[in-house]
Every structure is written in structure tokens, then in C-alpha cells.
Design a binder for this molecule. Structure first.
Ligand SMILES: [Cu+2]
Length: 176
């Protein structure tokens, strides 16, 4: 099963299309029209800590062969209305907020955004095919490395989050 997942993941890295592959427990409803709808899975709300924010599943993909560009993902929730306005890390040259959009020809294109709004108590999920932290000037990372990334919020708050280097769609709780 793990081998199958890894094979699918390898494909996803190229295509950026992981939705259908990763969730075997999804209900098999025939009328599911998820195909055109991006990555909106039911995901648990991260627990909000004393900072007023909750973060889960923070991960960075290892850069693909020889490149110094990669993407980071996470689930985030804020206790009050806010927005993510940036991110930085001592280990990464620069980080941009990106989203994916489908153009008229059905081609997925990345677009930089100035901020990512966070409605109070509502999950915002950065994940493949959608929002991501676009990372430039990334040194070679090994699976299992932990990179601290500081998220910057419109409120003025900053929160440093450990991002685990791993292939996408592997849950943090899973024994590897
Ligand atoms: Cu991007």
C-alpha cells in the first residue's frame, strides 16, 4: 500500500493533482462532483493554542532534483478574523503566498496573492492544487528535516511553525 502511495505521490509532484488519489476512506458517492472543485476535503480543525492560532499538518516538499524551489503546506485556523500576509525562514531565501487557478483552457496556473484571509474559527488549508507557500532559495532538504517557518499575520502577530520535510499526503501521525 505504501509503495502504491509513493508511486501516486511521484505522479502528483509532476502533475500537482493529488485529490483523487490520496483518500481511500472518502465516501464512494456516485454523484460526487469533486472533479471541478479543488481540494476541499473535510479536515479536522487544528486546536487553537494560547497564541490564538491553530496549525496542523505543516510540511514542506523536498525540492525536486537539483532545484531550489519548492512548496509548503499547512492547515491553519485563527480565533479571530485575520489574514496571513507573509512568511519567512532563516533557512529559505524567500517565501511567497501562492494559489492555483484554472484558466479558461483548463490549465492550472499559479498566482501570487498578497494575503490569505482567515475568518474566525474557519479552517484554511494550504494543499496541493490550491494555496501554498512558494519557497525560493531552498537548500537540499532530507525527508524528516524540520524547518522553522514564521507566519506573519495582518494582526501584527507572528507565529513560528515547525514544517516537516515530507512527500505530500502523508499524515503526520502515520508511522513510517
Ligand atoms: Cu507557487
Amino acid at each position: 500500500m505504501k509503495q502504491i502511495h509513493l508511486a501516486i505521490l511521484a505522479t502528483c509532484l509532476v502533475l500537482g493533482a493529488c485529490d483523487q488519489a490520496k483518500d481511500e476512506t472518502a465516501p464512494a458517492h456516485g454523484e460526487d462532483h469533486a472533479a471541478g472543485h479543488g481540494a476541499e476535503h473535510e479536515r479536522p480543525l487544528p486546536e487553537i493554542d494560547e497564541s490564538g492560532y491553530g496549525i496542523a499538518s505543516a510540511m514542506i516538499r523536498p525540492p525536486l532534483g537539483g532545484r531550489d524551489v519548492t512548496a509548503g503546506y499547512l492547515d491553519v485556523v485563527s480565533s479571530k478574523d485575520d489574514a496571513i500576509v507573509g512568511a519567512h525562514s532563516d533557512n529559505i531565501g524567500s517565501i511567497e503566498l501562492h494559489t492555483h487557478e484554472m484558466d479558461d483552457d483548463g490549465v492550472m496556473l499559479m498566482r501570487q496573492v498578497d494575503d490569505v484571509p482567515l475568518a474566525a474559527g474557519k479552517l484554511v488549508s494550504f494543499q496541493p492544487k490550491g494555496l501554498h507557500l512558494m519557497m525560493f532559495g531552498v537548500s537540499q532538504l532530507e525527508t524528516g528535516d524540520v524547518i522553522n517557518v514564521t507566519l506573519e499575520f495582518a494582526s501584527g502577530a507572528q507565529k513560528t511553525v515547525p514544517f516537516v520535510v515530507e512527500t505530500p499526503s502523508v499524515t503526520l501521525n502515520q508511522e513510517n
